[in-house]
Write a new protein. Structure first.
Length: 74
């Protein structure tokens, strides 16, 4: 409405959006991206639960569910 030069109160805009059935874009927490499979077998324990290293760079462990790229999630 302000692009058309009309001066309105914020409540008027909210009311018009609600009547039109629209929702504002929000940022913040989104829904769950993964759901655990309770029937899946766990991965093998390749480090035998030994989480202490005797020297630097002895153990490298990584775990990620998804990774955002310019073309979408991987």
């Amino acid at each position: 409405m302000s692009a058309d030069g009309t001066v309105v109160a914020g409540g008027t805009v909210v009311g018009r959006i609600r009547i039109a059935g629209l929702r504002a874009a929000t940022s913040g927490r989104r829904g769950r991206t993964t759901r655990p499979d309770d029937t899946a077998t766990p991965s093998a324990d390749l480090v035998q639960r030994q989480f202490s290293a005797t020297q630097p760079n002895q153990w490298w462990v990584a775990d990620f569910t998804y990774f955002a790229t310019w073309r979408g999630f991987v």
